[in-house]
Design a protein around this ligand. Structure first.
Ligand code: SF4
Length: 291
């Protein structure tokens, strides 16, 4: 699908947009995001609901890549809720150390195992209200588990989702729970889980926190924040990230050759251990839930 070159588009004004107009625009943007990021998916590795719950707890304040480096060994040693409940604390802390907040995360995982044994026969429950009562699990983690392990539609509001939905003009709100409910009004329920992945993908690859690649963005014509980053093709293309960065440029009508080879690396580079308590732009970056 050929799109007009983003850099030639004038910023549009959305000040007088009706509620219905915003819903229509949001759904159109969601469709374009689906075309832009056909590879969007949960970037945490897991094979069952317990592994996903554990990986999501570990993803607080670090990158999915770093979590994925730690979980193979963790999941080999701890296979059931009982394994987590009876874990040797020091051993688990050593395993979790690279993810940061390792003492709190160890507490959460041991507590999670105990709570699952005590209240849910060792199984991860399928209801949001039950999930959010478990140690280390807040709404964000619960929605990740529901959407990706149980196919129950869920909206995951992380730092990227909060930033982008505000830039999109879908919400004017910083509270994660309020954002979840507001976006739920705009987007059809069946699309919630994949929308979350696509918005997060866009935030990591195109619409960066500091300098978004507006001039190479497929959403430019529908985004009230167009112009927050460079609108010229060349500087914008240099900001695109990830193995599909040249595809992203082409989808926005920008010459893919403007994307430097150095951009074509995985976007989730591990965070150095001494900065895990900071908030790197591409980290999941939310304080550990329920810790
Ligand atoms: S990159 Fe620019 S145009 Fe694209 S969604 Fe972000 S702020 Fe809007």
């Amino acid at each position: 699908m050929t799109r007009p070159r983003a850099a030639t588009l004038a910023p549009k004004r959305f000040a007088g947009e009706t509620v219905l107009g915003r819903k229509r625009r949001a759904r159109k943007m969601a469709r374009v995001l689906a075309e832009t990021h056909p590879d969007a998916h949960c970037e945490l590795d897991f094979t069952n609901p317990l592994e996903l719950a554990v990986a999501t707890i570990l993803s607080a304040q670090t990158t999915d890549v770093r979590v994925n480096l730690v979980t193979p060994e963790l999941f080999r040693k701890y296979r059931t809720a009982a394994d987590y409940a009876g874990a040797d604390r020091a051993e688990m802390e050593t395993l979790l150390r690279p993810t940061g907040f390792f003492r709190s995360k160890t507490n959460s995982l041991i507590g999670l195992g105990q709570a699952l044994l005590e209240h849910h026969d060792g199984q991860v429950p399928r209801k949001l209200e039950q999930l959010v009562k478990l140690p280390g699990i807040g709404r964000k983690t619960a929605n990740v588990v529901l959407g990706n392990a149980f196919d129950v539609p869920g909206i995951t509001v992380d730092t990227h989702f909060r930033r982008l939905t505000n830039r999109f003009g879908w919400v004017d709100e910083q509270d994660e729970v309020k954002i979840e409910f507001l976006v739920a009004e705009l987007i059809e329920k069946r699309d919630w889980t994949m929308l979350s992945h696509r918005v997060i993908f866009h935030g990591r690859r195109v619409c960066h926190a500091r300098t978004p690649a507006c001039g190479a963005c497929t959403l430019a014509a529908m985004c009230p924040s167009y112009g927050t980053g460079p609108t010229e093709a060349a500087p914008a293309a240099k900001l695109l990230k990830g193995p599909r960065a040249r595809d992203l440029a082409a989808a926005a009508g920008v010459d893919p050759d403007l994307v430097p080879a150095s951009a074509l690396t995985p976007v989730l580079s591990p965070v150095p251990e001494d900065v895990v308590s900071s908030t790197p732009e591409d980290a999941v970056s939310s304080a550990p839930e329920g810790l």
